[in-house]
Design a binder for this molecule. Structure first.
Ligand code: ASP
Length: 595
């Protein structure tokens, strides 16, 4: 970065490199550290680009040196001085600017600073609540500077790529009507229509479809989305999506466009993704990995043992198979675990809903060391070993249960063991598509079918005839991108005919009248010539966190909220005045929260 010379600076701290020895530079920034060595005062001066050492020497510049005694951490200063080589003993090979220092001739104190409530060096681990309370200080720390700069590069690469590919970036409203992505809406009381409320968008879904109907054909937006949901598992109430929509496309077109933009985004973060991503059928990933977010960086795939156990006399297995369930297992490899560790694995599987977990060690000669060995025939042991490609010494783990429970528990166990046995190599990036999702899933609490993706997702052509009577068998033209076991994004080909939209909504328990009332504007638009269209959306926060190697998306968001949805910096959410409430026609029942 080259600054235009101004009265504060004509060079950046991080760029005062040995090639500039002999030059006079003017720098500005924050005092990172200060050491008073009797005669000489050393400061590390920090700006956005890095740190450089500035020396105040009473013999060179008596006035600046006298002023420098007052400097403290985080004071804002501007200095002029000469770039000189450091003496050999004081060279710091860990710093890009470690071979030189700036011998100050002038010092301007631009602003003093209170003592920071925590050190701003990288090493100190600071409580997150404190970091968020003083986020502007936390953001001065190098890891945060690096993370947000990375996020910017990723976003910029997305914009450049999509611009080149003919996409238009179009903003959609924040004050709008409910968009059903399955979460609770945030609502805003409308002062000018008392008693009515705007909803904040859970995604720009309906607007991007309207933009396709409006003829824009290729749209994208770095869109802020709002979902009022419990913040388990590293979510935020407001988050950012890369949102895209294309007209006159099928699944393959959207996938190809997506691979292009993701390739560019990840390249900007220094990661090369191999394209095209493999396409895996939903049924296949559930069977093999027990989840629709498979981590394919390691094997240990789930195998069905129904065939091997067709004739089994063993009560537990037989019972499961006869009642329509399954027996499935994984080969955890050659890992000798203690009895206590095996017990913990059983508890783990039970915690995932499984009735139990059978463990077995394969012995030389094909026998098993296992609590259930005596209940299984030699042929069954062999058939199971073959299905699981087991060799002597391997640990086999089996679940006999309903198919969903077996998938869930073995899938979780597989991840747990993959982690524990160190099978997930760092630096591996496995992206894939999951396709052919079911159209709907049963919502037990509400006693109705819910869209698995959202209600505007097109059923496959073959599935159309199944609606509304037999929705369970229907498939959606939906697809998800999964990276290293994390769902990065998902989308679908949409319904572009009003009568199909009515049929899908009816399947979801929304009759004609209710459909008109809730989504009348979309259905009306569909009647005015909607092209076939489809799109996708990605969590940009998650993408940036993965690339930055951070566990939490909070580390790639400048001003995130806590798990309870609060912002310790501004104190949001906060009560509002009586007058404001009256204007809005809103009465609050709850007692005001304690600040
Ligand atoms: N609107 C969807 C979501 O936010 C994505 C899509 O279907 O494009 O998850």
């Amino acid at each position: 970065m080259r600054p235009d010379a101004n009265s504060y600076r004509d060079a950046w701290c991080g760029e005062v490199l040995p090639g500039r020895v002999g030059e006079t530079v003017r720098l500005a920034g924050w005092v990172h550290r200060r050491r008073d060595h009797g005669g000489l005062v050393f400061t590390d001066l920090r700006d956005r680009t890095g740190i450089v050492q500035v020396v105040f020497n009473p013999e060179v510049a008596p006035q600046a040196h006298a002023q420098s005694h007052d400097l403290r951490s985080e004071w804002v200063i501007s200095v002029r001085g000469e770039v000189v080589p450091r003496s050999e003993e004081t060279v710091n090979p860990d710093m890009p600017t470690g071979e030189i220092e700036v011998r100050a001739t002038e010092l301007d104190v631009l602003a003093p600073a209170a003592t920071p409530p925590f050190p701003l060096d990288e090493e100190t681990v600071v409580d997150e609540a404190l970091r968020l309370r003083h986020r502007y200080l936390d953001l001065r720390r190098e890891p945060m500077q690096v993370a947000l700069a990375l996020r910017h590069r990723v976003t910029q690469a997305i914009r450049d790529h999509l611009h080149e590919a003919g996409f238009l970036e179009i903003e959609t409203p924040i004050l709008t009507r409910s968009t059903p992505e399955g979460a609770r809406d945030f609502v805003v009381p409308a002062r000018m229509q008392r008693g009515a409320f705007y909803a904040l968008p859970q995604s720009p879904q309906l607007f991007k479809q309207l933009l396709m109907i409006a003829g824009f054909e290729r749209y994208y937006q770095i869109a802020r989305c709002f979902r009022d949901e419990a913040l388990r598992a590293d979510r935020q109430l407001e988050f950012t999506q890369l949102d895209m929509e294309l007209a006159f496309v099928d699944e393959e077109d959207v996938m190809a466009a997506t691979e292009g933009v993701l390739g560019a985004a990840f390249a900007a973060g220094g990661v090369e993704l191999t394209v095209p991503f493999p396409r895996l059928h939903y049924d296949d990933v559930i069977a093999r990995f027990g989840t629709d977010r498979p981590d394919t960086r390691f094997g240990m795939e789930i195998r069905d043992l129904g065939d091997a156990l067709k004739e089994t006399e063993f009560k537990v297995f037989r019972g499961a198979l006869e009642s329509g369930g399954v027996v499935r297992g994984i080969n955890a490899g050659r890992h000798e675990l203690s009895r206590a560790e095996l017990d913990r694995l059983i508890e783990f599987a039970q915690g995932q809903g499984a009735g139990g977990l059978v463990w077995a060690y394969v012995e030389e000669g094909g026998g098993w060391r296992s609590p259930v060995a005596k209940f299984l025939s030699e042929g069954e042991l062999r058939a199971i070993a073959t299905a699981l490609e087991a060799a002597p010494g391997d640990l086999l783990l089996l679940v006999a249960d309903d198919a969903g429970v077996a998938a869930q528990s073995l899938g979780a166990l597989r991840l747990e063991l993959g982690e524990r046995f160190g099978l997930i190599g760092a630096g591996h990036w496995h992206a894939l598509w999951v396709t052919d999702f079911p159209l709907v899933e049963w919502n037990d609490d509400e006693g109705r079918w819910d869209a698995l993706h959202h209600p505007f997702t097109s059923p496959s052509e073959q599935s159309l005839g199944l609606l509304p009577e037999n929705p369970a068998a229907a498939r959606a033209r939906a697809y998800d991108v999964v990276l290293n076991g994390v769902e990065l994004g998902g989308g679908s080909i949409r319904i572009n005919r009003a009568e199909v939209q009515y049929r899908v909504l009816e399947t979801l328990g929304i009759d004609h009248a209710a459909a008109d009332q809730k989504f009348g504007f979309l259905i009306e638009a569909l009647k005015h010539g909607a092209p076939p269209h489809g799109g996708i959306a990605f969590g940009l926060d998650r993408m940036a966190a993965l690339l930055a190697g951070r566990d939490s998306i909070r580390d790639v968001i400048a001003f995130p909220k806590t798990a309870t949805g609060q912002d310790p910096l501004t104190g949001a959410p906060a009560p509002i005045d009586e007058t404001q409430l009256r204007e809005l026609g809103v009465r609050v029942d709850a007692p005001a929260p304690q600040p």
